[in-house]
Design a protein around this ligand. Structure first.
Ligand code: GLU
Length: 322
């Protein structure tokens, strides 16, 4: 399906049925969009890349580039400043940014960020080597811990989860590392554990387990429940045994959700067209082939737990597809 942005065109379905494809974007001429994603060892980057390719190939005049960034907190700031038109972010961070909450306390509301689509669960994974002697969050006291890239959602989650265990950065040696660098540091013995908030399986962990015996530190369900009571964007979940080789038992943890935000400055027709392409069967298949979490992306859950107001283009799209 190819959508022309400035003309009313007709598409042809496989069944031979003609259907009108909506269009008439207000922007004149070619449009380039930056999609802020995350580090190369995560899931945002490959899935964002696959979405960018689908949008660029299916919408005339539109080029979307997936940029590697420090992830969620940086991303909402990039959208607010206009440096990126769209971003993949965690739902907790989008909400904090919109409401000047938590790490955005004292900032003006980052209300250029508007909701486009909910995507898939992102699990808090605390990764260590099997022989590290760390089997609980409390065991991390006094140890060197990667807490995520500077400006990542992971780093915000690490701080909250440690604080729920009465641990703060004064009690550990914190290292601000993206996933890829964190697993290299684990491998070299420069750190003892690493927080990752990402869809499972996460490439960086698969990379580590290919050379080392890995263990995942649990956040037990009772503590998970307390964390969810304090910060309502968390819910309890398990990492199924076998997700990573050598980690054969289920591990309790907590999860947030990945979503896409679009700038309030982005034309509503463009956003609507992008959602039409996103939920086209061919695109969904391509995303599912790129990463198993891409298989979670569905129109049925696109608005579930949306933490900020919808972009007008998303509102129009979902209004037409209810
Ligand atoms: N959720 C992570 C963060 O914002 C990024 C996950 C990923 O790159 O897949 O820190």
């Amino acid at each position: 399906m190819k959508i022309s942005r400035n003309l009313m065109v007709c598409g042809v379905l496989g069944a031979g049925l003609m259907f009108p494809v909506s269009v008439a974007a207000q922007t004149d001429g070619p449009l380039s969009i930056s999609l802020a994603t995350g580090g190369t060892g995560g899931v945002y980057f490959p899935l964002g890349g696959a979405m960018a390719e689908a949008w660029s190939s299916e919408i005339d005049g539109l080029t979307v580039t997936a940029e590697s960034t420090g992830a969620s907190v940086v991303n909402v700031r990039l959208v607010q400043s206009g440096e990126s038109e769209m971003a993949m972010v965690q739902n907790d961070i989008a909400n904090y940014a919109y409401n000047s909450d938590e790490m955005f306390d004292g900032d003006d509301a980052l209300d250029n960020n508007m909701g486009m689509a909910m995507l898939y669960p992102e699990l808090i994974q605390i990764v260590t080597l099997a022989d590290s002697g760390i089997s609980s969050v409390n065991d991390m006291t006094g140890r060197s811990v990667a807490v995520g890239a500077p400006g990542s959602g992971t780093e915000a989650n690490a701080r909250q989860i440690l604080s729920a265990h009465d641990i703060d950065y004064a009690d550990i040696t914190e290292q601000f590392l993206p996933f890829g660098e964190a697993v290299d540091a684990l491998r070299d013995g420069r750190i003892d554990a690493a927080f990752l908030t990402a869809g499972i399986p996460t490439a960086a962990v698969i990379d580590l387990q290919s050379t080392h015996d890995v263990s995942i530190v649990p956040i037990e369900a009772e503590m998970g429940g307390q964390i969810a009571d304090t910060w309502p964007f968390y819910s309890t979940i398990t990492i199924p045994g076998g997700t990573y080789s050598g980690v054969e038992d289920d591990v309790s943890t907590v999860t947030v959700l990945a979503m896409i935000v679009a700038s309030a400055d982005l034309d509503a027709n463009v956003v609507e067209n992008m959602l039409e392409v996103l939920y086209d069967d061919a695109t969904l298949e391509r995303l599912c082939d790129t990463h198993v979490r891409g298989c979670d992306i569905s129109l049925d859950t696109a608005q579930e737990a949306m933490p900020i107001p919808l972009h007008p283009g998303a509102e129009a799209f979902y209004g037409n597809n209810d």
